[in-house]
Design a protein around this ligand. Sequence first.
Ligand code: S3P
Length: 444
Amino acid sequence: MVASARALTSRLPAAPLSGRITVPGDKSISHRALMFGALAIGETRITGLLEGEDVLRTAAAMRALGAEVAHDADGTWRVAGRGVGGLTEPADVLDMGNSGTAARLLCGILASHDLFAVMTGDGSLRQRPMRRVIDPLTTCGARFLAREGGRLPLAVRGAREALPLEYRVPVPSAQVKSAVLLCGLNAPGITRVEEPEATRDHSENMLRHFGANVHVEAEGDGRVIALQGQPELLAADVVVPGDPSSAAFPLAAALVVPGSRVTILNVGLNPLRTGLLATLAEMGADIVVENRRVEGGEPVGDLVVAHGALRAVEVPPARAPSMIDEYPILAVIAAGAEGVTRMRGLKELRVKESDRLSATAAMLDANGVRVAIEGDDLIVHGAHNGVAGGATVATHMDHRIAMSALVLGLAARAPVAVDDAAFIDTSFPGFVALMDGLGAGLAA
Ligand code: S3P
């Protein structure tokens, strides 16, 4: 459970940030490893799993559905799966906490299991739209009942004999794509998902890794994914790389605190996740990728980051899917860059853990940065003489707003506080200690 509200303040550190760190495991891959492990025959061993609140909710849900999930002293997680279609009715409500990924992917699994389940979440998750998964999943024969606006809590009566799905995802969303694929796993025939813009492909990669037959074809900027239903998934070991979306925070801190130099080891570099690195390269950031390699089927590398002057850029809407979780921290970086940064096509940010478009603008505005929202675009005016700071930021139960605000304070003239840092534990347990190890002094 996320603890009670924890205020925290950050300020300019006495010395530049420096050190070599690793960040916790990738959140997207961690959820999927537990889920696919639960749907496979045999024992899946997972190393590097993110032990954040969100992923622990998925582990608990898989247990509640009949999989055995164990955690060894050396940090390895073991999942003894039930096979495709083999999960059993949970005895109680499934509480997915703060996690949209856990909730939406789980809807996909439940829809094609012959069982009844009820799902809820925290105050943030209960505000988030679930119709985007309910609509396609209903076509397999599952029945959903949800609150007004398709919000949690919801109840699902899974299909006794699910039909395969054909779906064109209307918004770029890896969660919706993955929910449809997970449902299609227990339907005979081919499930086909079309996405107009390519989104993170961890589900497709992992399906293959567990032995499913998945065919992916490029179509314009998007992809068509075809999954042969009812495969026998076989347990497979998963090595989870460091989460690039978590690495973004110490990386940004190194970019904005004068004189800093930080190495972040073992960061996932799946090309559908590296939009922030592409944008920062255009801004002139000093980031070198060393040791590029493939581990556990995903590209990884070490990032060496040094502070330096940055220039503003225009970030095109087409880049949004590959950096969707990185806009708040990019906005913080842009606040210290030379010129006006325009981030375009951010509609999906409105339905994250908070309305991140508004929350990001409010965070900057409160701290003296000139910022505007025009339609779905976020415009940040780089402050020539640095960010003023001095305000308390409302985090709205959103881990990424909390971490972004704390990084903002590291380069501001006056300290920046957050009203609640507790939600950082959903994705980045140990964030404060890790940042303090670099010299950030957050706990001071
Ligand atoms: C995720 C997909 C993205 C992202 C989220 C994780 C996933 O959400 O924001 O943090 O693991 O599939 P959407 O699919 O809603 O864009």
